[in-house]
Design a binder for this molecule. Sequence first.
Ligand SMILES: *Cc1c(COP(=O)(O)O)cnc(C)c1O
Length: 417
Amino acid sequence: MHHFQYQNNALYCEDVPVADIAANLGTPLFIYSHATLTRHFQAFDKAFGDVDHIICYSAKANTNGAILKMFADMGTGLDVVSGGELHRGLKAGIPANKIAYAGVGKTQDEIDLALNSGILMFNVESFEELQAINARAKALGKKAPISLRVNPNVDAKTHPYISTGMKKNKFGIAKEAVVEAYKAAHELDSTEVVGIDFHIGSQITQVGPFVEAMESVKSLAAELKGMGIGINYLDVGGGLGINYDDEEPPEPDEYAKAICKVIADFPITVVLEPGRAMVGNAGIMVTRFLYLKEGATKNFIIVDAGMNDLIRPSIYGAFHLIQPVNKREGDPLTGDVVGPICESTDFLAKDREIGAVVPGDLLAVMSAGAYGFAMSSNYNSRPRACEVMVKGNAFEVIRQRENYEDLTRGEVIPTFL
Ligand SMILES: *Cc1c(COP(=O)(O)O)cnc(C)c1O
């Protein structure tokens, strides 16, 4: 459920016509719904009810400071994968002791920042990283709280590029090697084992893979307990899918039930890292239809947003529903929706019927709240889009559109030129 609905053939975000926002701020434009973001947080929080849990929203899905502040105010923690995300989280008011830090390539500076901030835990992705964290903690006179990220070798049944929990993936420590790694971690003097972590992939649309991973990790937790290694947190990662097209992903309720069932007899705090499910359907991208180019074999619906604004179709072949902001009478148009970037992979949709539209019309690219702006770039020297948050009948810019000056900021001409 989200708050982007038509009233008399005009698309609204909550109580504001999307066309009004575009008229004010231009396109391309990302619009997020406050009510939808709130609702998604509450759905997760309620689903886990009385079970001890911490929702660590996965920052990388959408790192805008206003969204992070909203989540901070609602009491979420954060899942970060870089020093930059940690910095953003702290700046937005997320308490350090609710921040989990994952990622295979943590640098010394990033480890130091996390140690000095006092984060909840490092989700450690290799034996080598474990040694590095221990060494930095020792140097700083601290004890590093750690979980090891287990690679449970579970097929998440999603796109191969967003599958992370199989042997062939770079993430986590193989199931077969993880007990040894835990023993080593337990013996290091500047780390403290606090939990177990896994994250098997993204846009997962069934509960089966989660349950499979949970069961494998639960038996590991029992084994570790038997060895005198305490496990307080079970971090189940993120990955719950959303509805882009005709998927029917489990609701947070069904997901929570499946997870809680596995650990019903196991006292532990569950850490959740939802990203896409929190923000995906809470945002849209608005773009303007510039030209209709009738090619030899198909129509090209050329719009003013490109792969630099929303790269998911280009890199994952991802589907985003595209619809007119204001519906009009007439024959629906079918074609490839493409942007202005000089790449053949610059498309938002292929062979898609998008309703009756004519050049000049606004189009809404739905479900663009996650991995949309966060993955945007300046490729082709295109200033990045504006971001807006709507609450009720009010809207405010939460990130200004970049201008041409922004494009060259930080560039330096060397003295020898
Ligand atoms: C990306 C990521 C998530 C969030 O994944 P979603 O599919 O957006 O829920 C959670 N945890 C880790 C470690 C991640 O890398």
